[in-house]
Design a binder for this molecule. Structure first.
Ligand code: 6PG
Length: 238
């Protein structure tokens, strides 16, 4: 069963998401493992990252990965890494050697290949690398990471780790994304959504699984969804 929490507004949703991330990191440490977490891009998670940066002690050992990246330089205003670095990585003082950004500047194909190799080297696989927590946003069309409705990336094999995107409907067109197989292998996914523009996508995500709504293909038993009231589905479709 998906855990769905609706908060009164975007700020309280960000506060709840930050608490959930910290709880997940502590749970992984409690199992004697180093936490491996993938961050999402977009606007929604930024406030959550800013709140997390206030407690740097929680990031002392965390290995930070990314769910997707735009094929731009790391200092470009559209870079997901840049957003996370400004909101969390730099203010929390997370050591550079524990931050694994996708090299979007290499382009989709080489960037995806290099990231897949890095993940396979550094994260235990079963059969794909198993991350402890993947933070996700969702598009109004139900995309997660850079897995878009009906895209060929959704049909990549069960051993696919990281994929190139050449024609993203959400600009910029060239991206790198974790595969659906990696999202589905994660021990937990935390999906954040705020604003009325996401309500239909959240409802569709919790309805019948379909490639036309990539978020609906996530493993529901390992999915936590935190929304504000504006993004909450009109009826609980779980
Ligand atoms: C990206 C993101 C993408 C994002 C959603 C929601 O690179 O654009 O990873 O998947 O999470 O599009 O974006 P917003 O949070 O900006 O609405």
């Amino acid at each position: 069963m998906t855990r769905l929490t609706a908060c009164p507004n975007a700020e309280s949703a960000a506060e709840r998401a930050a608490r959930d991330v910290v709880r997940q990191l502590e749970a992984v440490r409690g199992q004697g493992r180093t936490p491996h977490i993938a961050l999402t891009g977009g606007d929604t998670p930024q406030r959550t990252y800013e709140l997390l940066a206030r407690e740097p002690e929680h990031w002392r050992d965390v290995e930070v990965w990314f769910g997707d990246e735009r094929c731009v330089p790391p200092d470009h205003e559209q870079s997901n890494y840049r957003m996370a670095a400004l909101a969390l990585l730099n203010p929390a003082g997370i050591a550079a050697e524990r931050v694994h950004r996708m090299e979007g500047e290499l382009g989709p194909d080489e960037g995806a290949q290099r990231y897949a190799q890095l993940l396979a080297r550094r994260v235990d696989a079963d059969p794909v690398p198993v991350l402890d927590l993947i933070v996700l946003g969702i598009g109004p069309d139900g995309h997660v990471a850079s897995l878009f409705p009906g895209a060929p990336t959704l049909r990549a094999g069960d051993d696919a780790i990281c994929l190139p995107v050449h024609e993203s409907p959400k600009p910029p067109p060239q991206r790198i994304t974790l595969s659906l197989a990696v999202l589905r292998a994660a021990r937990r996914c935390l999906l954040l959504a705020t604003g009325a523009s996401k309500a239909d996508a959240i409802g569709a995500m919790l309805a019948e699984p379909t490639p036309s709504v990539p978020a609906s293909l996530l493993v529901r038993e390992r999915l936590t969804v935190i929304v504000d009231d504006a993004a909450a589905p009109t009826e609980d479709p779980r």
